[in-house]
Design a protein around this ligand. Structure first.
Ligand SMILES: Nc1ncnc2c1ncn2[C@@H]1O[C@H](COP(=O)(O)OP(=O)(O)OP(=O)(O)O)[C@@H](O)[C@H]1O
Ligand SMILES: [Mg+2]
Length: 239
């Protein structure tokens, strides 16, 4: 496989499956530090080199994260010995002589509106990206016939990543808890389990969509509170 032979990566099982996937809609619900951003960079670079004229947009919630993602792309490109010559190498974008471009952007609806014809869109930390961005992306892909890959650690039971994960159609899904990551030791996880609040541990390492941090009442508490079986104390109030 390309990433192993050319980049010298020793891929995890799920990483190999992901890179082999032919699906054009992929969701990855992964533990922290499992290799999401690394995979986003590999996918972007592989596509840019092997399909001329690709426009690949890599989105992340904030500038710092898109810079990190781009740094990974640039490092792999250097490791490969620049197989297709660069046309322009800027702070957050790489243009190749074969007409392909990789552009990393902090994900907001405004930044994305200027780009049309993306052939591949990668959204890192997708659970923390504004929903508005997702709604701006979809029509763009419809026109270009492009692919969409969203990679994330969960972040509460709300937002597009959550909604698509639990009920969206047409997605290939990958779930990668920390226990399946060979670089995260059982001893480290035990330490984390002891020092983090349980819901944070489940979210960060066990792919679990927990109640949102800022939600004072859990969905479950609210559901129980509004059950039909409870009769109002003072009769019903006409609204
Ligand atoms: N197959 C692999 N072989 C060796 N190292 C790997 C592999 N995949 C990822 N890594 C390394 O694991 C570390 C975490 O990778 P990466 O930053 O891609 O994870 P992440 O899931 O994006 O993490 P975070 O949740 O913090 O954003 C990096 O040092 C990366 O180089
Ligand atoms: Mg990352």
């Amino acid at each position: 496989m390309w990433a192993e032979e050319e980049l010298g990566l020793d891929l995890d099982g799920w990483q190999r499956d992901l890179l082999r996937s032919r699906s054009s809609r992929i969701l990855l619900n992964c533990s922290r530090q499992s290799g999401k951003s690394t995979m986003a960079a590999v996918i972007a670079l592989h596509r840019a080199i092997h399909r001329r004229g690709s426009l690949i947009l890599c989105l992340a919630p904030a500038l710092r994260q898109s810079q990190e993602l781009f740094a990974k792309v640039a490092a792999f490109y250097r490791d490969l010995g620049r197989p297709v010559a660069p046309q322009s190498e800027k702070r957050l974008s790489l243009g190749l002589e074969n007409g392909s471009r990789i552009i990393t952007l902090p994900g907001s609806e405004k930044t994305i509106r200027g780009f049309s014809g993306a052939t591949l869109l990668l959204v890192d930390e997708a659970s923390r990206v504004d929903d508005g961005l997702y709604y701006a992306i979809r029509p763009m892909l419809a026109v270009s016939g492009g692919s969409l890959v969203m990679l994330s650690t969960p972040y509460g039971r709300r937002g597009v990543f959550y909604e698509e994960w639990i009920g969206g159609r047409g997605w290939e899904r990958f779930e990668v808890p920390a226990s399946r990551c060979p670089r995260i030791s059982a001893a480290f996880l035990e330490e984390e389990r002891e020092s983090l609040p349980p819901f944070v541990y489940r979210q960060e390492y066990e792919c679990s969509f927990e109640e949102t941090e800022d939600q004072v009442f859990t969905t479950d508490m609210i559901d129980r509170a509004v059950t039909d079986e409870v009769q109002p104390l003072f009769g019903s109030v006409a609204l």
